[in-house]
Write a protein that binds this ligand. Sequence first.
Ligand code: ZN
Length: 490
Amino acid sequence: MKNVFFAWLLLCTMTVWAQKDKKLTDKTVDKASIAAHLRFLSSDALEGRDTPSKGQAVAAEYLRTQMELYGVKAFDQYPDYYQPVQMKKVVKPSEGVIAVDSMELRIGEEFLLINGGNFDVTSKVVYLEYATPDEIKSADVKGKVIVANAGDGQDVSPRAWFGLISDKRKAAKDAGALAVIELYNSAQIPWNVLKRYLSGDRVALDYGDADDSFPSIWVNNANQERSEAFIKAKQLTLTMSGGNVDRFEVFNVVGYIEGTDPELKKDYVVYSAHYDHVGIGQPDSTGDAIYNGARDNAVGSVTVLEAAKNIGMYPTKRSSLFVFFTGEEKGLLGSEWFVEKSPVALSDMVYCFNSDGGGYNNTSMASVIGLDRTTAEDLLVEAIESYGLTAGDDANYKEQGLFDRSDNVSFAKKGIPAPTFTPGMDAFDDEIFKYYHQPSDEFETLDMDYMYTFYRAYVLAGRLIGNMKETPFWKEGDKYYEAGKSLYNN
Ligand SMILES: [Zn+2]
C-alpha cells in the first residue's frame, strides 16, 4: 500500500501536461527493443565501430533503418539520412631529425610532430618567448623556423598548451615562417606519457586544405636542458620523411520530425549521440580484443533511437532533430563537422540533448553533465525523479572537465544550450575504469532493469523540453551565455 500511496503522491506533484508526456513515454519505451538495439550495436560483429571501419558502416546502416521505421524524415540535403564527413588519416613521418648546435634530436624520441608531414629545410632560427600570435606579428619570422616555449605563460596545463598550437601555427604560417618548434617542460604530463599520446597516427577532419605540411613540434625540454642550445642557435636543419595522408569519407546519420505547434515548430530540439567507438585494440587478460563500447556509446545511441521512436508516434510541439555522430573518439570530429554544415540554421536549434556514456556506478540516479547550467534544469530533474531516480551532475569529478569532452561542446561553443545525459555516475572510480574504453564494455554487463528506467527518464525529459513553454537558455554567467546571446540575437 505504501508504495502505491507514494507513487500517487509523486504523480500529483507533476503538472497535468507532464503527466501526459509521461504516459506517452511509457507507451513506446520498451525493454525488448532497448535490449535489441544495445545488443546489436555493441555486438562483436561490429568490431568496436572504429572510424573508419566496416563495423561502423554497418552500425550507420542500422541506425538509419531504425529512423526510417520510426517515421523520421530525411533532410533534402541528406535524402538517405547520411551526412558525409570528410576525414583524413595522417600517418606521421617515421624518420625525422632536428640538427641544432651539436645536437641531433630524433622524431618520436626527443621530439614529437604535432602537425605537419614530410619536410626538409635548413634555415635561420628566431626565438620568441611563447610564440603567441601577437609575438609572431611583431617579430621578423619570414623564412625562419620559430623556436618558443610551449604554452602562453598563463595556463600551466599541457592540455591548454596543446589547445594553443593551432592559433600559433596559423599566425606563423600567415607571417611566412617555416615551422614552429616549442620546448616542452611540464611535470603534469611527463614526456614518456606524452610520447604515447602523440606519436601515433592521427585522424582529423579534412576541409580540403591543400597544404597541411607546416610543422608544429614539441621538443622534450625537461629541466630546461635544451633551452640554451636552441636560444643561441643561429640556424637548424629539420628533416622528416615517411609520412603520408589518407583521405576518406564517413557519415553522421541525421533526420527530423516536424513539431505540432504552428509557432514553436520552427525551433528544433536536437537529440544526439556518437555511435563510433575505438575498434579493435590491445587484447585484455582474457584475450578479447574487441572494444565493444556498449556503454560508450551504444547506450547513448539508443537514447536517440528511443526518442525518435517516441516522437515519431507522438510528436512534440517543437520540431526534433536526431543525429548520430561519427569520429567522437578521434576528437569530437563528427559533431564539429555537423555544426559547420548543419541542414538546419544553428539559431533554429534551441537545445541539444546529448547522450554519452562513459559508464555508471550508481543505479539510483541519472547524471546530467551541465544539469544546472540551463533553464531546463527543473524539467530534467522532474523527468528523472518521476521515474524514482535522483538527478546528479559532475560535482564530484569536475576536474575531469567532462562537459567540454563530449559532442555537446560542439553545440555549446556555438551558443546552443547543450548538456550531456548519462547513466548514474557519482565518482570517477574503479567501477567506471573497469569498463571505460576496455574490451569488457559488453552488452551482458549492463543492468537492463536500470537501463529501462534510464531510457524512460531521457525520453520524458526530451518530451518536456520539446513542449516547454519558454525557450530553454543558458543560465546567466555561464561560460557559453554570451555565445548564446549572440547566436539567438537576444
Ligand atoms: Zn563516448
